[in-house]
Design a protein around this ligand. Structure first.
Ligand code: GRF
Length: 200
């Protein structure tokens, strides 16, 4: 990989794939600091697989057994520099995190360090945010470490919580925010990686 080339990103998830779509669309725009080379899903019926098919991106479905092996092999074979999690519901093993040494990123639908950790996913996050009487919420992109949602924060955006908001309405508005934030942060991260490599 030469320093001027776009970073090669693999996206790992099992959800509707709306963040994967946002990343792919961004990467195919003018910016080109990264390209999405591989989509990895834990389910063959997940929306994220349709995104791969629609954009003609190679994809891997992880089986129940030996999924870590398939995951790491996929990343190796596609020569990915960055692994971007988007709705990945399992715990990433230390071996994968170490393999990519500081280049695994995740998006979380709240303003970390609040409302993170085990059990804080999907609608549960927004329910907890409303219950806590927060005035703002948002999304966070962070580095992935061995502890859930505890890696360094790379970027955040926030929105106001409105009086009539339900967990569902918040989820929808936060999702829209995520689609802006995630590509922007992966873009900055990719560029910064290039600078760091150049100065190394
Ligand atoms: C997003 O809300 C993200 O914050 C969380 O999982 C969800 C994935 O949604 N980690 P999608 O599949 O990208 O629509």
């Amino acid at each position: 990989m030469s320093h001027g080339e776009p970073r090669r990103v693999a996206i790992l998830g099992s959800g509707t794939g709306s963040n994967a779509r946002a990343l792919v669309e961004y990467s195919r725009g003018a910016a080109k600091s990264f390209t999405v080379e591989l989509i990895i899903s834990t389910r063959s019926d997940a929306g994220i697989v349709n995104v791969a098919r629609e954009f003609n991106i190679p994809y891997v479905i992880l089986q129940k057994n030996d999924w870590v092996l398939s995951l790491e092999r996929g990343i190796d074979e596609a020569h990915c520099d960055i692994l971007a999690l988007a709705g990945f519901m399992r715990k990433l093993p230390t071996s994968t995190i170490e393999k990519l040494s500081g280049r695994v990123v995740n998006i979380h639908p709240a303003l970390l360090p609040k409302f993170g950790g085990a059990g804080m996913y999907g609608i549960h996050v927004h329910t907890a945010v409303i219950k806590a009487g927060e005035h703002t919420t948002g999304a966070t992109v962070h580095l992935v470490t061995d502890e859930y949602d505890e890696g360094a924060i790379l970027g955040q955006d926030s929105i106001q919580i409105l009086p009539g908001d339900s967990p569902e309405s918040l989820q929808e508005r936060v999702k829209r925010l995520e689609h802006e934030l995630y590509p922007r942060v992966v873009d900055a991260f990719s560029r910064e990686m290039g600078i760091r490599t150049r100065h190394a």
